[in-house]
Design a protein around this ligand. Structure first.
Ligand code: BGC
Length: 348
């Protein structure tokens, strides 16, 4: 079969090549790939900045935002041939740490977790893949290709859950939530937040085009420019850019008792305020800054439900480009109008 592979930490090593069929040991469920979403993490891996091959191997099959069709459900699953499925990304560490021991692999404490297509386990950008039945999520068949948006939806579902958990520390009636960044994670965060009946605002650099339209069609309020220029202090900020200056502005702008959830993974940035001043403001306003990564089964379950009830037309507009596997390099390029780019392996 063919697969998109990369030699982690070796920039420019990604290729679409012949690759051995998945081994039975990788899981008793055999799946035909339908599509795989591309995200910033994939770009980082291809640029040689992130990613780990399976132990003893040189290359890693890329891809963690999967959608596939069951070819063979195997002996131990309730799946049927033809079911549309998505694979959970992370596996618990083998020790296991206390969190992995209770199924909270997203909160792994010792860093020995593994992740499909990212850290030591092959991903989903191959014509066929195998998976353990307990890590398969069946998606509503009427979602069709939109099932490929499930993985990023799990990430924002966890982020929102973290915010709610922190909020419970005191009497808490949040009225306004700001999402910074209108990429796929930002827009999906706005979607998940809008289900909670809170006033949702989204801020991005662009002034016109699909992003503002999608935000408005969600019933949310769109802003461009600086967080500091907003005419209100948000109760919650879901930070989805990973950009240093946006994070700094978010910390400055958050309201009293407010919670900032960081979901973006970036680098660099210049500290524009003295650390103790930032801390003092956080103390005096009871602010919490919480980082959030990955998702466990509870979030996958909740996200699959949210997606199944979503407006298909709105969701469909998030997928702005579909590329063939042989054109994966184009899929990894970020074009100005891109929201979610997917690599389509087979028809649906
Ligand atoms: C993935 C997560 C993963 C994280 C860190 C993200 O792109 O969506 O599942 O935990 O990268 O590797």
């Amino acid at each position: 079969m063919k697969a998109i592979t990369v030699e982690p930490k070796k920039p420019g090593s990604a290729r679409y090549e012949d690759f051995p069929e998945p081994e039975v040991g990788e899981g008793s469920v055999l799946v035909e790939a339908v599509a795989v979403g591309v995200c910033g993490t994939d770009v980082e891996i291809v640029e040689g900045k992130y990613g780990w091959a399976p132990p003893g191997k040189k290359s890693l099959v890329l891809g963690h935002e999967s959608l596939g069709r069951v070819i063979d459900p195997g002996p131990n699953s309730s799946l049927k041939k033809g079911d549309l499925v998505v694979g959970i990304v992370r596996r618990p560490d083998p020790v296991p740490c206390p969190n992995c021991a209770v199924g909270e692999w997203d909160m792994c404490r010792n860093g020995q977790y593994t992740e499909r297509g990212i850290k030591e386990i092959h991903g989903f950008m191959s014509e066929r893949w195998r998976i353990e039945p307990e890590y398969v999520i069946k998606v509503d068949p009427s979602l069709g290709i939109l099932g490929v948006l499930l993985e990023p939806t799990t990430v924002v579902t966890k982020a929102l859950e973290q915010v709610v958990a922190v909020g419970q520390r005191a009497f808490w009636e949040p009225e306004t939530l700001l999402v910074t960044g209108a990429g796929p994670i930002g827009l999906l965060a706005a979607f998940v937040a809008s289900l909670r009946g809170i006033e949702v605002h989204v801020l991005d650099r662009v002034e016109t085009g699909l992003k503002p339209e999608l935000v408005r069609d969600l019933g949310a309020i769109y802003h461009s420019g600086s967080v500091l220029d907003l005419g209100f202090e948000p109760d919650v900020i879901i930070e989805c850019t990973g950009v240093g200056s946006v994070i700094a502005d978010a910390i400055q702008k958050i309201g009293a008792g407010g919670i900032i959830c960081l979901t973006g993974v970036g680098t660099g940035g210049v500290a524009s305020r003295a650390v103790a001043d930032v801390a003092a403001a956080a103390v005096l306003k009871n602010n919490v800054i919480v980082g959030s990564v990955n998702a466990n089964k509870r979030h996958w379950y909740k996200a699959a439900k949210a997606l199944a009830n979503a407006d298909r037309k709105w969701m469909g507009r998030l997928i702005t480009r579909r590329e063939k596997p042989e054109n994966f390099k184009q899929a990894l390029e970020r074009k100005p109008d891109d929201i979610k780019v997917i690599i389509q392996f087979s028809d649906i």
